[in-house]
Write a protein that binds this ligand. Structure first.
Ligand code: NAD
Length: 709
């Protein structure tokens, strides 16, 4: 039974949601059926009211996505959503009080159940999550959430909650009136729920009261009309229309503000169906839910190696990356030894953590005790002897083979023979670096992204000789520090840097052809990328790109190979020659001043704007096809070990437009045939870099797709 009930001696029916066979409560059929049976039980004259709570760690985590993805016709989500609404409507309109006792997370559909109760009381725990995150998967609340929120907190707040999808801290939810009260523990929660029922023997929802008015006014009121006039423009300035769920949420709330509750709920179900059927939702659910969960459960981790935890971690090089790795590791409870060439440099690396923690304490997100405990776990040193007993050592010294070889040898002299040594190199192939190691089977790449405390991804690079056990340990460590691991095979630029570069370089090539720089930058944003290409190259620094390109050329020459130069590279080289090396120098493609950045006016003199400008769609296609095609090549060359790693790596690593579901899903979503046809058109116009990867050409012939492979 998914919802168990117990009638206590004081006449209160306690209904506990506990979906069998699932770790969390989700809105599976069994749970909805259990809820549907409750109004009849409430009708018993012996029952005075009901407390609805969760029997698992959560109250209810939301929609059953396993079922949602099986819907192929819009009638199915429409009916599914209406069925849930009928159940919730019956629950709130049967006359007796129902209190939601939120013992844990109430998210999405789970929060919608709570909203259909007459009051909500939650445990006062900052980690308890409540809110409507559906928009993050391209959906909207389909259980009446948009309409109940509108009628509880007004147009503006309802739009914010549903269109932004962020969790609402319980204290804030209480001050907004979404929660009636907070309780310190489960006992107090139940006691307060009973007291609420006793004090409110006849409960009805505000929207069922005869003189009900939407707080702050309905969609006709002057204040709301003003807000509605600018809300959609603000949203589309952020999303460039790439997220239809955002528009649908706004429409739901606007239209709902003109209608009675029951009609508004039908409108919501129509928009819900439109979201479920959208390619954007399908892409996001596929990658950001199913593939992400599979990765977190260890899909890319070698099976059969027991899970291990890092107790003590050594970090060589206390610079920007070393300091960040020390912070995230100490935060996860790991003892850290942070080593540099001088005590001063090592302490500077530790001070990075101090800075972050001081800020957190100031903002009330942490306490002085927690800060001090975390700092006590980081030992700044210059002595390799301090590395004794480490389970893992990560080097983050200068990007220089000789220095890396030297520190590898010194660390291995102290490290136990079965422990792991990792390099955080961003460009040097791991197999080559492992030559300095006496134990190449224990050598691996752990490529962090900057800033380490914010970026969610770590790219694990497997060298030729890296053992499965080493990979498993590295994988476990990445999960231990709360980051998402992807696993790739060794290759120049690995996966993320290699594909990311194609985005930036394509934008720069356009400039050389005479496309106006403003059009290029806008195309990047319209494509759904977080930053435009020229601005991004300035951030990375043009001089660094020249350095890496020249090193690569030398390395390839040593192997007797050459690579054709990307047409964008000449632009970077020229700008470096004239001293425009990027943001750090205050000048690159942009000029940087205290007031902000502006495109360098001389850019259009250096690369004159062509009389005829291409359509934005053409630019967007170039930027996206360049990346997707390179990702497909990585799959073909087995740099990528799975499509899931390719998709998650692209979104978490460099912000590949999430609504496409990742660089490989981009191809799956449009179909290999369509991709090949368009890629060939682009190749004919702009060069062989657009020739579709062989693996996609084969898929186009056989009807295959990347899927999860
Ligand atoms: P950084 O210059 O900020 O720090 C390097 C640190 O290493 C310095 O504190 C330096 O004193 C120390 N160091 C140099 N030689 C040493 C030695 N022999 N023994 C001990 N310490 C030594 O550099 P960073 O940006 O932190 O990069 C470090 C590594 O991480 C590089 O390999 C880089 O390619 C890689 N990486 C950087 C980024 C990034 O965005 N900066 C991203 C991913 C990977």
């Amino acid at each position: 039974m998914a919802v168990k009930t117990e009638l206590t001696s004081d006449g209160i029916l306690v209904a506990t949601m506990d979906l069998p066979g699932r770790p969390m409560n989700v809105l599976a059929d069994a749970l909805v059926m259990g809820l549907a049976a409750l109004p009849a039980k409430l009708a018993d004259p012996a029952v005075k009211g009901m407390i609805l709570t969760g029997g698992k760690a959560d109250f209810c985590a939301g929609a059953d996505l396993d079922r949602l993805v099986t819907w192929t016709k819009p009638e199915e989500p429409f009916e599914g959503s209406m069925a849930l609404k009928r159940v919730l409507r019956a629950l709130e309109s049967q006359g007796k009080p129902v209190v939601a006792a939120l013992n844990g997370h109430a998210l999405g559909g789970g929060f919608e159940i709570a909203l259909a109760c007459h009051a909500r009381i939650a445990i006062d725990d900052p980690k308890l999550k409540i809110g409507q995150p559906e928009v993050k998967l391209g959906l909207l609340p389909g259980g009446g959430g948009t309409q109940r929120l509108l009628r509880l907190v007004g147009v503006q707040q309802a739009m914010q909650i549903c269109a932004e999808g962020n969790d609402i801290p319980v204290a804030k939810a209480k001050s907004m009136g979404l929660l009636a009260d907070l309780a310190k523990d489960r006992d107090e929660l139940m006691a307060k729920a009973r007291a609420w029922i006793a004090a409110n023997p006849k409960a009805a929802q505000p929207w069922d009261q005869p003189k009900f008015k939407i707080p702050g006014g309905d969609s006709r009121s002057p204040a709301v009309v003003q807000m509605l006039a600018i809300g959609p423009s603000i949203a589309s300035a952020k999303s460039y229309g790439n997220y239809p769920a955002v528009q649908h949420i706004m429409s739901c709330i606007f239209e709902g503000g003109l209608l009675d509750f029951d009609t508004a709920c039908v409108v919501e179900s129509r928009y819900f169906a439109a979201c479920v059927m959208s390619a954007e939702a399908k892409n996001m659910i596929h990658t950001l839910w199913f593939q992400l969960n599979a990765i977190k459960k260890g899909a890319s981790r070698p099976a059969g190696v027991p899970r291990a935890k890092v107790g003590k971690l050594g970090i060589l090089g206390a610079g920007m990356m070393g300091g960040g790795i020390a912070y995230v590791s100490a935060k996860a409870g790991i003892d850290v030894v942070l080593l540099d060439t001088t005590q001063e440099a090592a302490e500077r690396g530790k001070a990075y953590s101090q800075g972050l923690l001081d800020k957190a304490v100031k903002k009330g997100r942490s306490t002085a005790e927690k800060r001090d405990a975390l700092l006590a776990r980081i030992k700044a040193t210059t002595s390799y002897d301090d590395l004794a007993g480490c389970d893992l050592v990560i080097e983050a010294v200068f990007e220089d083979r000789a220095i890396k070889a030297d520190v590898t040898k010194k660390a291995e002299a102290v490290l136990a023979a079965d422990r792991v040594f990792a390099s955080n190199t961003s460009t040097l192939p791991i197999t080559g670096l492992a030559q300095a190691s006496a134990r190449p089977a224990n050598f691996i790449g752990l490529h962090f992204f900057s800033p380490v405390d914010k970026m969610p991804l770590v790219e694990i690079i497997v060298g030729k000789e890296t053992s499965d056990e080493t990979l498993a340990r590295a994988f476990d460590y990445v999960l231990q520090i709360g980051k998402t691991p992807i696993v790739v095979n060794d290759s120049r630029g690995f996966y993320t840097s290699r594909v990311f570069a194609t985005y930036v370089m394509e934008g720069i090539a356009m400039l050389k052809e005479g496309v106006h720089p403003r059009s290029i930058e806008v195309a990047g944003l319209q494509a759904g990328m977080p930053m435009p290409p020229l601005a991004l190259q300035d951030e990375v620094s043009l001089s660094l790109s020249v350095h890496v390109a020249e090193q690569t050329k030398k390395d390839l020459a040593a192997e007797g190979k050459t690579l054709p130069e990307h047409p964008g590279y000449a632009v970077i080289r020229h700008l470096v020659e004239i001293g425009r090396i990027g943001k750090k120098a205050g000048k690159g493609f942009y000029d940087y001043t205290d007031a902000g950045k502006t495109l360098w006016p001389e850019l259009t003199k250096l690369y004159p704007t062509a009389a005829e400008q291409p359509a934005q769609r053409e630019l967007i296609d170039r930027l996206m096809f360049a990346q997707a095609n390179e990702a497909a090549r990585c799959h073909e060359e087995k740099v990528l070990r799975s499509a899931a790693d390719g998709n998650i790596g692209s979104i978490f690593g460099w912000g590949f437009a999430p609504f496409h579901g990742g660089a490989l899903r981009f191809i799956d979503s449009m179909g290999a045939k369509a991709f090949v046809a368009r890629a060939r058109e682009l190749a004919a116009k702009y060069g062989p870099r657009f020739e579709p990867a062989v693996v996609v050409v084969k898929m186009a012939e056989t009807g295959g797709r990347f899927g999860d492979n």
